[in-house]
Design a binder for this molecule. Structure first.
Ligand code: NDP
Length: 297
């Protein structure tokens, strides 16, 4: 039996936040600018409230300004767009994101399109997706960026490696595939219609699972020594913790995968903590670009 190296996203994210804090302090002292992130929350979805609170806390912890805008669930599209227009024009705001999901009368696509692409720190706009796909300077979605950082940290150069991304969403799968391609991997994108998924996965040096199906990818699917990044966040019943209790698991069956893989990111503690850290990094990048300053690496 072998046991895979555990890729510690929590520790990596903590170190990244320290680097960001240093950069923010430099921006303030030397250039007199403080990066600012505006977060819009429509309605009172409890999970979204937690995410928005965490983003605000971490933004302030690294020394940046956090602007939270809480809007009623029945806010009109016109009022929401007027707010986005004001934030687009506000030089103190370098990043803007709207927490999704939003109530049904609003369109996520239109909201994202309204945000200035230079301030689209979630990297969700058509402009940023297109810039990434055409190899130009883009704002890259936070979770995919986090996956890439963990892979580079563990493997060094990704050039020439074969990578399989399971999932093709605009939020995760597609941008992960673009980033791996940019780093010269040979990339396969698998999805719900992929034939012989196990065979496809078995050919891969790198597997990124972004599916949303608890523990779907088994150790027996993996090439020995593969590096596995598990993006999935799934809640499953955990009766062993008491009646009605849940626990979080990824899209990869960790125990069997750890016996075959060379390295694997756990859930929780893998990709999850990287997402907000990358959001902060993107906000610093946006601030540097808008002020014509050198960007962090
Ligand atoms: P989506 O539901 O948008 O996409 C899921 C993808 O998985 C689709 O492309 C779908 O294929 C594919 N898929 C579904 N079933 C199968 C199957 N049986 N075999 C192969 N492929 C399949 O999810 P997201 O991309 O938004 O998120 C994926 C996971 O990542 C979720 O668990 C989510 O919670 C998590 N996540 C974690 C984040 C974090 O760590 N911070 C951030 C964002 C997401 P098809 O296109 O054919 O339907």
């Amino acid at each position: 039996h072998r046991t895979a190296h555990k890729i510690d996203g929590k520790a990596y994210a903590a170190a990244l936040r320290e680097t960001i804090a240093t950069h923010v302090a430099w921006l303030k002292e030397v250039h007199g600018v403080t990066p600012g992130l505006a977060v819009l929350l429509v309605g009172e979805d409890p999970a979204s409230q937690v995410y928005v609170r965490n983003k605000g806390v971490q933004t302030v912890e690294v020394g940046m300004n956090s602007y939270e805008h809480k809007l009623p669930a029945d806010v009109s599209a016109a009022d929401l767009y007027a707010l986005i227009d004001r934030l687009n024009a506000d030089p103190a705001v370098h990043g803007i994101l709207c927490q999704f999901p939003v109530p049904e009368h609003l369109s996520e696509t239109e909201i994202v399109a309204r945000i200035d692409p230079a301030k689209d720190v979630d990297g969700l706009s058509v402009v940023n997706a297109g810039l990434l796909a055409s190899g130009q300077k883009a704002m890259v979605s936070c979770t995919p960026l986090g996956c890439l950082m963990l892979l580079r940290d563990h493997l060094g150069s990704l050039s020439g490696k074969s990578a399989v991304v399971i999932g093709r969403s605009n939020l995760v799968g597609k941008p992960v595939a673009q980033l791996l391609l940019r780093d010269s991997c040979t990339v396969t994108i698998a999805h719900s219609r992929t034939a012989n998924l196990e065979e496809v996965v078995r050919g891969a040096d790198i597997v990124v699972a972004a599916v949303g199906r608890p523990q779907m990818v088994k150790g027996s699917w993996l090439k020995p020594g593969a590096t596995v990044i598990d993006v999935g966040i799934n809640r499953i019943p955990a009766p062993e913790r008491g009646a009605g209790k849940n626990r979080l698991v990824g899209d990869v069956d960790y125990d069997s995968a750890a016996q075959v893989a060379g390295a694997i990111s756990p859930v929780p503690g893998g990709v999850g903590p990287m997402t907000i850290a990358c959001l902060l990094a993107n906000t610093v990048t946006a601030c540097c670009r808008s002020n014509g300053l050198a960007e962090p690496e």
